[in-house]
Design a protein around this ligand. Sequence first.
Ligand code: FAD
Length: 401
Amino acid sequence: MARLAQTAGLTDVQQEILSTVRDFVDKEIIPVATELEHRDEYPQAIVDGLKELGLFGLMIPEEYGGLGESLLTYALCVEEIARGWMSVSGIINTHFIVAYMLKQHGTQEQKDHFLPRMAAGDIRGAFSMSEPALGSDVSAITSKAVKDGEEYVLTGQKMWLTNGGTSSLVAVLVRSDEGHPEGTAPHKSMTTFLVEKEPGFGEVRPGLTIPGKIDKMGYKGVDTTELIMDGLRIPAERVLGGVTGRGFYQMMDGVEVGRVNVAARGCGVAQRAFELGVRYAQQRHTFGKPIAQHQAIQFKLAEMATKVEAAHAMMVNAARKKDSGERNDLEAGMAKYLASEYCKEVVEDAFRIHGGYGFSKEYEIERLYREAPMLLIGEGTAEIQKMIIGRRLLEEYRFQG
Ligand SMILES: Cc1cc2nc3c(=O)[nH]c(=O)nc-3n(C[C@H](O)[C@H](O)[C@H](O)COP(=O)(O)OP(=O)(O)OC[C@H]3O[C@@H](n4cnc5c(N)ncnc54)[C@H](O)[C@@H]3O)c2cc1C
């Protein structure tokens, strides 16, 4: 698509990376996405292709074998990939969050140990905060780590791990009371553990079980799982950053960049929905003319394109803010909120434009219609984004009277 979602001020390197990814999406992802999605099949060939392109190391510093690119470059790549198939962007997203957390908070030994192999895509990351009884309220986590000599013993059940089966490194957030007396604020008594495991399902390491994939309405192909820890022993050197009690902040930092990423996914899916809608509207005739010539449909297209533009601009703004070193929770919250809501609306309009055919599995829009709702939930629901946005606004606009 030539005109919408352009980004001013990109460097030559950024433009080259994006055009390579766009080409890959058009040739290797779009032609096979719907078929693989309907079969809920893991897109191994696509993942191998992304590995070859170096996408798993896009933001990992060059000294660890990555490309050392910015969050903006990353988000624009995610937008392109999600335009092809949202599940593929999910495969790299949790990996990217874990690599980011390691880069920002890991000890030197942890960076040296994990980042080069993560950059090559040989170690793949997942992250785990949610539990069966909580998602939004992270402070209510009940999974626990208890110190035993030079190790910690982890118990508890985790829920909704994207890439839970295919990953070999999971950043797991648990409560760790050691050194934090009872009554310590929940966010100060949580620790992120770097849990290495075999990819696959069943008992993937003594004390660690990944049951099968959760059957989902959309976002298929990528595996989403539970994770059960029952006496899982983790050495103290695998506490992220080497010090307990910092997990909550580390995870929130990771989720903040993850939100830009989810916004980028919303932009990509919305762009694809627009492309499908505008094409179909010129092919389908009713009452003697293409439906695109009916004003009601033209208005829909106008609204869809405007939403695509607005979401893209906010996503780019949030990424640039983070890249500049500034706090971006307000911008990331707004971008995630707006892009996911607009994505749902644009997809629905494209679905309506398709008439009855939109309901057929033969048409790509059917898949997008099942994918868009995930964006309303993942990395914090709309309500949670609004809570973050509201709090930040009250900080910024404090009444001094
Ligand atoms: C496909 C998929 C993949 C996922 N991948 C991961 C992953 O990789 N790692 C991970 O840790 N988690 C993951 N999640 C979990 C996801 O982050 C949570 O589902 C999400 O944060 C919402 O939590 P919840 O489902 O427990 O809903 P709840 O927190 O129970 O919320 C239920 C409803 O109540 C609303 N609500 C909650 N609190 C408030 C409040 N204070 N004020 C107003 N409204 C409120 C919510 O907005 C929502 O509408 C994934 C989820 C899905 C569906």
